[in-house]
Write a protein that binds this ligand. Structure first.
Ligand code: BGC
Length: 470
């Protein structure tokens, strides 16, 4: 295996591939749900359970994955996630009862939650500084490609209604991921952290962009020496110096969901049929949303290392706020549309498009890029676990309450509520987020240590004479 040295591009491709499964499993269920009732009798509760099981599984997966990423390594955790993906997808496709289907969706969720954590972590730790934003954004590109692939599969298989194939097809990329990852290296940061410096040096020598592997290793070792407290969850929660980073990571993770992205990704066909579109045209309009999502993510990849993360977050939240405001006001004041040509229907389609474009070019990729960047090495996995768990919990809250809120208040006020969240997200970014573009992960951590005084405390400790030397 060692003889087969993968190129940088291969490493980035397989490193990101887990995102495809995250996206596919997110996108496929809305289509599959239309046909599952052909085989199993579904009450509204069971229907909700099929959707929610993945989200709950993802929360559990994210909760455990952090610690595992620090213990087993990033690469091994991707391999484990690929195995779970494969088993879960096959089980879902072959499910003899609805109970097994729900269990399979929970199992897939475990892998989705782990992938949401470990894929951006792996990419961020393996990428050279100057292009780290673009490389880590490949995760989001895979997520949105997975969502689009699922929308396409749903559209193609809609005539046959073969929901088992829709769900089972996810096993193909997960098997490719499983085989591919065996040939990929562990990240140099994790290797140094676990004392395997020689292997870290080999990996750095093979990677593009890092000309001085030894300097990089010393830099990684140096920042680790200034870390304080133990690396478990309890130590992390007590470690005051990690707190500012944890607030940024978790806040970004939560606001990414609270602006309401998944009310569109999960429910756009329903929203469109509510404003007068027929089922078929709603499915095609949904495909357009999927394409815009991919296209704008590619633009983000070009911008993220040039414009920087913070300007993108600010521009994105402005675009999302305006889209939601116009949508909310129009649906509140205009007559209920019954036809796609009605003003409220046209405004809905346009606003959904501008919202998705704004999200995809900014908050979609930037949040997943920044979460590992801001967190310190020794606790990066564990701390990411908290942020990613928060992301899935917020996702769960928004996507489960959306239909209820819609029913109670109507679409106009609900979208205005998400616009309000956009304002809070803006204030959060302005107050807490600092730019990470162009700085190595070690420089970002050094700045955190300086700002929170851990460096000074260590120097003081070193200057104090020890009992032995006295
Ligand atoms: C979010 C997902 C969302 C997807 C949409 C991701 O960054 O975390 O919740 O479904 O983007 O493109």
């Amino acid at each position: 295996m060692e003889a087969l040295r993968p190129s940088g591009k291969m490493i980035y491709f397989f490193g990101a591939l887990g995102g495809l499964l995250f996206g596919y499993d997110t996108g496929v269920i809305s289509g599959a749900l239309l046909f599952i009732p052909d085989d199993f009798k579904l009450t509204p509760f069971l229907q909700g359970a099929i959707v929610a099981a993945l989200l709950l599984g993802a929360m559990v997966g994210a909760g455990f994955a952090g610690r595992l990423a620090d213990r087993l390594g990033r690469r091994n955790l991707i391999i484990a996630a690929a195995i779970i993906f494969t088993v879960g997808s096959l089980l879902a496709a072959l499910a003899p009862t609805v109970g097994v289907l729900i269990a399979a969706r929970f199992i897939i969720g475990l892998a989705v939650g782990s992938a949401a954590l470990v894929v951006p972590l792996y990419l961020s730790e393996i990428a050279p500084t100057e292009v780290r934003g673009a490389i880590a954004s490949l995760n989001q590109l895979m997520i949105v490609s997975g969502i689009l692939a699922a929308f396409i599969v749903n559209a193609i298989l809609a005539s046959s209604g073969d929901w088992r194939l829709m769900l089972g097809l996810a096993a193909v990329p997960s098997l490719i991921l499983l085989v591919g990852m065996f040939f990929m290296p562990e990240t140099p940061r994790h290797l140094v952290h676990s004392g395997e410096e020689d292997t870290a040096r080999d990996v750095l020598e093979d990677l593009p962009g890092d000309e001085r592997p030894q300097d990089r290793i010393e830099e990684i070792r140096e920042v680790e020496q200034h870390e304080e407290g133990d690396t478990g969850l309890r130590g992390l929660l007590k470690a005051k110096w990690v707190r500012p980073a944890l607030i940024v990571a978790s806040g970004l993770a939560i606001f990414q969901q609270f602006v309401g992205i998944n009310t569109i990704i999960y429910y756009a066909p329903t929203t469109l049929t509510n404003v007068g579109f027929g089922k078929t045209s709603a499915i095609y309009a949904n495909l357009v949303i999927g394409v815009v999502n991919v296209g704008m993510t590619i633009i983000a990849i070009r911008l993220i290392d040039r414009a920087g993360r913070k300007p993108l977050l600010i521009a994105g939240v402005a675009g999302m706020f305006l889209s939601l405001l116009v949508l909310g006001v129009s649906l509140s004041v205009l007559a209920t549309p019954h036809h796609p040509g009605d003003p409220a229907a046209i405004i809905t389609l346009v606003c959904l498009g501008t919202f998705i474009a704004s999200f995809a070019a900014t908050w979609g990729p930037v949040v997943w890029v920044m979460i590992p960047e801001v967190l310190p090495l020794s606790v990066r996995g564990t701390a990411m676990g908290i942020a990613v768990l928060a992301n899935w919990a917020a996702n769960f809250l928004v996507s489960q309450t959306f239909p209820i809120l819609l029913n109670k208040f109507g679409a106009g006020p609900v979208f205005l509520g998400y616009a309000g969240m956009g304002v809070l997200a803006f204030l959060f970014v302005m107050k807490f987020v600092t730019e990470t573009k162009g700085r190595s992960l070690e420089e970002i951590e050094t700045d955190l240590q300086r700002a929170t005084g851990t460096r000074e405390r260590r120097q003081e400790r070193e200057q104090q004479p020890t009992a032995l030397s006295r």
